[in-house]
Design a protein around this ligand. Structure first.
Ligand code: FAS
Ligand code: PHB
Length: 390
């Protein structure tokens, strides 16, 4: 089999790029390790930058997002018993975010690929990249016991943090930067009315919490827990009681609880792999970078990778111009590191670090007081949260 672009990974990054390229006449295949049901069973991101939303519309996948997603013009930060509002619309110069779950977004992308007859292979086992430094790379995989070879012009590694693509770059070429945070997020999904129409981020002496949602009948809540905790350690009642302890009283009084329909713990890490390209292999999304979810930059960081790769591949095929491909890693990393900075800043601002010093507590309190005493600080927060330009 021969395609122009072979994409490893059928998550949002791989699917969005495949859809965008297909609409511009560029032939792709997506190789996904798991079944579609398995991919769609994962509960992940909830907030989309306006740039990501624009790309979804350009990919002809934005209709349900625009119909069912919620425009949010702000969020709250609860700290020291008060609830302060961050007016994103005012401080970002009129921008906002869309609250729309990654699960539904990925479903929309799969359905769009089906409508266009896009090639998406599920349960692709033992995907292996070959000759990525040559002009004729190829990818092999096993499906139903048969070994398949995909000849291609380019390989895009959109296979997430645990994928094979990053591993295909030689260790003496790859530089990896990592920061592991000493806690995780215990997340619960419940068919309950959200406690607030906007998100509430909580800084509390017992630990961070977040009140989010997927719709007006589906709530998503998180609490900071030690890395040693397991979901089974947290019965629903214990979770709700701990969440209540961390919320301001007027919010806790309105909390509607219910059975968890999903409960998981995500460890928090920051990670960047450089360069994001090697020969004719290009990394995108979690395959190249990870952020703690505090700043809702995870899925949104993938958006600019996809945007840059999409335009670079069009320029290659339609104008014979390779400047976008040659400059991809440098351009993508410039925006990635800004997302890393913002995610680190939000994480440092809102979490309770087990090894903190009294000095750290004072600094954290000062950062919070400065944020809500300075329109400049609020503008800095807002422009990053709604999404920096591509
Ligand atoms: P993904 O990991 O989503 O997709 C990669 C795909 O490649 C997967 O489907 C995988 O099965 C496949 N794959 C892996 N290895 C392969 C192989 N060898 N061959 C073929 N396919 C292979 N972001 C936020 O903004 N907010 C959040 O609250 C949030 N919560 C998260 C919770 C968890 C537990 C995790 C892991 C991430 C979370 N994220 C969050 C970040 C997340 O949303 C990612 O940024 C987003 O999934 C990135 O999408 P992709 O780059 O497509 O990677
Ligand atoms: C979510 O709804 O899952 C969510 C929202 C905002 C974040 C992280 C997660 O910063």
């Amino acid at each position: 089999m021969k395609v122009q672009v072979c994409i490893v990974g059928g998550g949002p990054s791989g699917l969005l790029l495949s859809q965008l390229l297909h609409l511009r006449g560029i032939d792709t295949i997506v190789l996904e390790k798991y079944s579609r049901e398995h991919v769609l069973s994962r509960i992940r991101a909830g907030v989309l930058e306006h740039g990501f939303a624009r790309l979804m519309r350009e990919a002809q996948c934005g209709e349900r997002m625009d119909r069912e997603g919620e425009i949010h013009n702000g969020f709250h930060i609860a700290h020291d018993g008060v609830l302060d509002h961050v007016d994103l619309h005012k401080y970002s110069g009129g921008n906002s975010v869309i609250v729309y779950g990654q699960t539904e977004l990925t479903r929309d992308l799969y359905e769009a690929r089906d409508r266009l007859g896009g090639k998406v292979v599920h349960n692709a086992e033992d995907v292996t990249l070959h000759e990525v430094k040559s002009d004729a790379p190829f990818v092999t995989y096993r499906s139903g016991g048969e070994r398949v070879r995909v000849l291609c012009d380019f390989v895009v590694g959109a296979d997430g943090f645990h994928g094979v693509s990053r591993q295909s770059i030689p260790k003496d070429v790859l530089r990896e930067y990592e920061k592991i945070y000493p806690f995780g997020w215990l997340g619960v999904l419940s068919r309950t009315r959200p406690v607030s129409p906007e998100l509430i981020y909580v800084k509390h002496e017992r630990g961070f919490a977040l009140c989010s949602m997927r719709s007006q009948v589906l709530s998503r809540y998180y609490i900071q827990v030690p890395l040693t905790d397991k979901p089974k350690d947290w019965a629903d009642d214990a979770f709700w009681a701990e969440l209540r302890r961390r919320l301001p009283q007027e919010v806790a009084a309105k909390l509607i609880t219910g059975p968890s329909i999903e409960k998981s713990i995500a460890p928090l890490r920051s990670f960047v792999a450089e360069p994001m390209q090697y020969g004719r292999l290009f990394l995108a999304g979690d395959a190249a970078h990870i952020v703690p979810p505090t700043g809702a930059r995870g899925l949104n960081s993938a958006a600019s990778d996809i945007y840059y790769l999409y335009h670079a591949l069009i320029a290659h095929y339609q104008k014979g111009d390779d400047s976008g491909l040659e400059g991809y890693s440098k351009k993508a990393l410039a925006r990635i590191w800004k997302a890393q900075r913002f995610s680190w800043w939000m994480t440092m601002l809102l979490h309770r670090f087990p090894d903190r010093l009294p000095y750290d507590d004072e600094l954290q309190q000062t950062e919070m007081n400065y944020l809500f005493s300075s329109e400049t600080a609020l503008r800095l927060l807002a422009e990053n949260y709604v999404g920096l330009p591509f």
